[in-house]
Design a protein around this ligand. Structure first.
Ligand code: AMP
Length: 396
């Protein structure tokens, strides 16, 4: 078990809080504040328990001076102030006298936030390269460390692992704990039947996840672009559908290994071009015309999915089952959301990335037990990997 924020005595303490405020921005305006909203319980807990909250995060990539202007956390501090209904003092630097003075002048319950940790990457990848001096410096600014940034837990950076290595206690925040409990719980300790749905464009991105879930789930439904590499492995005509020829042998091996577990789509929506307005039709998986490509799953596949899902007690989903960005090929992904949303008594988890944004944009935000905020981190967690940011949290 990992130490959690509720295990810490926070009163009067300088509490370093690594949040994931890597929010999408356009022209300095935040276009989706979900990650800020998700971090509020941890920040409020520090404030309500008399701690001094020192917040920091990365935002985008910082490779040049121009990137600095685009990726300042100043607008995020403003949005946080509105959501918290409380002043958030923003310090426009990642180290130095101004930051140190501001911390020394904090009263219990105060909140400050400092600048994008990746500004340090301009001085030789100090943040992303987990420079030992930087982790030590940041650790020296606080008494305890709360890591609530699940989205970066798959990376060993100075702002997570570096600080944890130089401070007496690191605890998980509420969001981190929720992610670990739901994703970890679903994969390592599932209630059966356990059904995994894996989609997305490429097999190569999901090999580890397919292998891990094949060993744990009762059924693995494969949809999306990667289904076509599996069809090719079975010798089907796939027309101009997306396919990774160098993964056909691997797909054969997975089909062999997952014989009774793997469920492939039985019909597909095919079109001539990768375009929303391209004329489309539904064909069975063995009848894909040589000049057409599969862009979504068909109605018979949805019936099959329903059959498999209806008794499920645990469902983990990663990757859309069609090109959901185009409305005409989003129906399968929406129908999968609907099937999962209607399950009674099942733990349902979306493992981040595109399927999470699809479910949220289609209005299913509150219909799942948990929608992960992590992309790469959830994928690696679903693969069964140990995430460095998580293993650096103190054991209790
Ligand atoms: P991933 O990031 O691997 O989860 O893949 C998500 C992407 O897969 C989305 O951008 C989808 O448009 C794409 N995708 C899903 N189904 C297909 C398909 N049949 N053909 C091409 N791309 C697809």
């Amino acid at each position: 078990m990992k130490l959690n924020i509720t295990d810490l005595e926070l009163k009067g303490k300088k509490v370093l809080v690594r949040v994931d405020f890597n929010v999408p921005m356009k022209d300095g305006v935040i276009t989706n504040d979900n990650r800020i909203v998700q971090a509020l319980p941890t920040i409020k807990y520090v404030v309500d328990n008399g701690g001094k909250a020192i917040l920091f995060s990365h935002l985008g990539r910082v490779k040049s001076e121009e990137d600095k202007a685009k990726n300042s956390l100043a607008p995020v501090a403003k949005r946080l102030e509105e959501l918290l209904n409380k002043p958030v003092k923003f310090i426009g630097q990642t180290r130095g006298a101004e930051l140190e003075d501001a911390i020394n002048n904090m009263a219990p319950g105060d909140v400050i936030m400092f600048e994008n940790t990746r500004f340090e990457d301009l001085n030789g990848k100090k943040e992303s390269g987990n420079d030992p001096e930087l982790g030590k410096y940041w650790a020296s600014l606080g008494d305890v460390f709360v890591n609530d940034a699940f989205g970066t837990a798959h990376r060993a950076h100075a702002s997570n692992v570096g600080i944890s290595s130089n401070i007496s206690k690191t605890a998980s925040g509420f969001l981190m704990k929720k992610e670990l409990d739901f994703i970890g719980g679903a994969v390592d300790n599932p209630k059966h039947p356990f059904v995994a749905i894996l989609g997305g464009s490429k097999v190569s991105d999901k090999i580890g996840v397919i292998e891990n879930l094949l060993s744990k789930a009762d059924k693995v439904l494969i949809g999306g672009g990667m289904a076509y590499t599996f069809y090719k492995a079975l010798g089907y005509e796939i027309g101009t559908s997306i396919c990774e020829d160098d993964k056909i042998e691997l797909a054969k091996g997975l089909l062999e290994k997952g014989k009774d577990k793997i469920v492939l789509p039985v019909d597909n929506v095919v079109a001539k071009e990768f375009n929303n307005d391209s004329e489309s039709k539904i064909v069975s998986s063995k009848d894909i015309p040589s000049d057409m490509m599969g862009l979504d799953i068909g109605p018979k596949t949805l019936e099959l999915y329903n059959e498999v899902l209806k008794d499920a007690k645990t469902v983990v989903w990663n990757g859309p089952v069609g090109v959901f960005e185009m409305p005409n090929f989003a129906k399968g992904t929406k129908a999968v959301c609907e099937l999962i949303a209607n399950l009674k008594d099942a733990i349902t988890v979306i493992g981040g990335g595109d399927s999470a944004s699809a479910a949220i944009s289609m209005g299913y935000q509150d219909k799942f037990t948990h929608i992960s905020t992590g992309g790469g981190a959830s994928l690696e967690y679903l693969e069964g990997k140990v995430l460095p940011g998580v293993s650096a949290i103190t054991d209790k």
